[in-house]
Design a protein around this ligand. Structure first.
Ligand code: UGB
Length: 597
């Protein structure tokens, strides 16, 4: 195809590399990018800026932009025809390990898991911007709860460090996938907080690249509405994490260091670490290559479902089916869509993208596949012929599609936990979360995540015999979320349920109370609490609390008045905590500190 004259006449202002890429872009149907270029001498810097961006995009996508356009055309053609990627497969409710009964079974699995904890490596995917949340900062900087205000990233790192101290097997590494949107902010946040206690080099940031937005079924690139010299781009999805771990040699390095397990988790789900030790025990016991931490799922909720797909030719696959595809797939395979089973829940477990992989087979899979999980495209069509898009589309990939890279011999499975123990993420703004709560769906807002965090800690403390007065609804927070004692257990105190049961013995706590415990060597016996209490012990100090009865004015949860201004972190919750009085018990010097009635 001849080059557009508008490009040809500008050859002299371009470097050799820019010119070559411009010609290649024309060969792959992107000549429209140059059609409005003015004569040389006008906007020359902008023309070169566009080509420099295109070079970066070309280098950022495996096998370059020509491959991206080829993949996009193929996937767009299939999407236009409404093809089902799992045509011919039958769907089955998958079998996995069910730890919902709680206590004893979790404890047994945890014991195995804690023995393996020293061989873990961690990967946090944090490239998403939280558009549905309407938050402009990075989500990992949001507070998990507003009693202490500790940010998600701090909580995650403290948990890893707590496991590290129990395992005594050296540093446990953490990789964080960032994106153009989150990279600089994440790096800065870590630096200004001294990496929350992690050592130099213990954290690796892996930045994912964006991909061009697509205007139509020919996969023509969109430009930014305000800047014709800038190709509009969008994130390529969390699936990039596997290719990045391969490209940076991390998976191989961790195998060489003798590590055995790799845990992937998301940006705003602090509860997931409650399930990790037991899930790790299940992985070890069942020799699972892939173990998804799963929860019961409500029909229609925006969470993928784990489905076993079976083909008459013998192929069988345990895979996540994303929420926007599930209803159609089930309907064509079974005649029934994403509907409730006998107990009102979806019969298919919900995926929470907390994935535990055996590291050695993972590294081998990356060696032969490069780690590229299959892409998909999800255009919103504006016409019946499926030719016009409402807004530009792009190719995406998902990290939970990793099992598609495995052979039939791979052992894949899942461990099912009560949702209240291990999953409550922050995805929606206040109004959206309230609307979801009214429909009986998990709100997934900042307030629900905060109250769910307290509730999960209460459940854990109950396993140690502590009793809590019942939770009461708070009217303003996302449609009457029940609030009980605000229990905040720092990871340093007890990263496993088994350890918690050795450190807490009985006790009685009122609904309006808050209990914050931070530090490794603390024993709390028969606490009687009505008010706020903070217990802290530095490393090397042992704090023992016997039969303490504590009464104080505590705090009040104050709903925001309509129109009241508040910091974004508070506004997205719809309430603030007004602290009136609190008792602090602190062991700040090494040695034994006893506190009794
Ligand atoms: N993320 C990235 O790091 N890069 C990206 O390009 C995109 C995201 P969302 P999503 O938890 O209930 C997932 O947007 O994709 C990170 C599962 O696919 O919060 O809608 C991002 O920072 C779905 O099956 O979630 O849905 C965040 O940490 C279901 O389980 C993470 O990826 C759902 O999560 C997830 O991104 C869920």
């Amino acid at each position: 195809m001849p080059l557009p004259s508008e490009l040809a006449r500008n050859q002299a202002i371009l470097s050799e590399k820019e010119w070559r890429l411009a010609c290649r872009l024309c060969e792959i149907g992107q000549d429209h990018l140059f059609r409005s270029w003015p004569a040389p001498g006008e906007s020359d810097a902008d023309k070169r800026r566009l080509l420099r961006q295109a070079i970066a995009l070309d280098e950022g996508y495996p096998e370059g932009l020509a491959a991206y356009v080829g993949n996009a055309r193929r996937l767009l053609a299939a999407s236009r025809l409404g093809s089902n990627p799992y045509e011919g497969f039958l769907t089955r409710v998958p079998a996995g390990v069910d730890l919902r009964s709680g206590g004893a079974e979790i404890l047994a699995a945890e014991e195995l898991g804690m023995a393996e904890a020293g061989r873990l490596a961690f990967v946090l995917v944090a490239g998403g911007l939280g558009e549905r949340l309407g938050y402009r900062g990075i989500k990992v900087a949001l507070p998990v709860e507003t009693t202490t205000g500790k940010p998600y990233l701090c909580y995650y790192i403290e948990f890893i460090l707590a496991l590290e101290r129990r395992a005594r097997a050296g540093r446990l590494p953490l990789a964080i996938m960032t994106s153009e949107d989150t990279h600089a902010l994440t790096a800065h946040f870590l630096e200004e907080n001294n990496h929350f206690g992690m050592a130099e080099g213990q954290i690796t940031l892996l930045k994912q690249e964006q991909v061009p937005s697509l205007l139509d079924n020919q996969a023509r690139f969109a430009t930014s509405p305000k800047d014709p010299f800038h190709i509009a781009t969008k994130p390529h999805g969390h699936g990039d994490v596997h290719a990045l771990l391969h490209k940076h040699g991390l998976a191989r390095r961790w195998v060489a260091e003798g590590r055995r397990w790799l845990f992937f988790f998301q940006d705003t789900n602090a509860l997931v670490f409650n399930a990790l030790p037991a899930a790790l025990g299940v992985s070890a016991r069942e020799k699972l290559e892939v173990n998804s931490i799963a929860v019961p799922r409500s029909p229609g909720e925006a969470a993928g479902a784990l489905v076993r797909l079976e083909h008459p030719d013998g192929r069988s696959l345990l895979i996540n089916v994303e929420y926007n595809q599930l209803d159609g797939l089930l309907r064509s395979a079974t005649g029934r869509g994403d509907e409730p089973g006998g107990d009102g829940r979806s019969p298919y477990p919900g995926n929470i993208n907390a994935l535990l992989f055996a590291l050695e087979p993972y590294a081998r899979t990356l060696d032969h596949s490069g780690g590229a999980t299959p892409e998909f495209v999800n255009p919103k069509y504006a016409d019946d012929r499926r030719e016009v898009f409402k807004s530009p589309a792009r190719l995406e990939c998902m990290m939970q599609d990793y099992p598609l890279l495995l052979g039939p011999e791979a052992r894949t499975g899942f461990t099912l936990f009560e949702r209240s123990l291990c999953f409550s993420a922050v995805k929606n703004n206040f109004d959206e979360a309230a609307g979801r709560a009214r429909k009986g769906l998990p709100p997934e807002g900042a307030a629900s995540a905060e109250f769910d965090f307290y509730a999960a800690n209460r459940w854990r403390l109950e396993q140690a015999g502590m009793r809590f007065a019942p939770a009461v609804p708070i009217p303003a927070a996302e449609a009457a979320i029940p609030s009980g004692t605000r229990a905040v257990l720092a990871p340093s105190f007890a990263p496993s349920l088994g350890e918690l049961r050795r450190k807490v013995l009985g006790g009685n706590v009122s609904t309006r109370s808050s209990l914050v415990v931070e530090g490794e060597d603390i024993l709390i016996e028969n606490l009687d609490l009505d008010g706020d209490l903070e217990v802290r012990a530095i490393s090397g100090a042992r704090a023992v609390l016997h039969n303490l009865a504590i009464r104080n004015a505590g705090s009040e949860i104050a709903p925001l008045a309509p129109g009241e201004t508040a910091a974004t972190e508070i506004a997205m919750r719809g309430f603030r905590i007004l602290k009136k009085a609190s008792r602090r018990i602190e062991a700040t010097r090494p040695g034994l500190h006893e506190f009794s009635a």
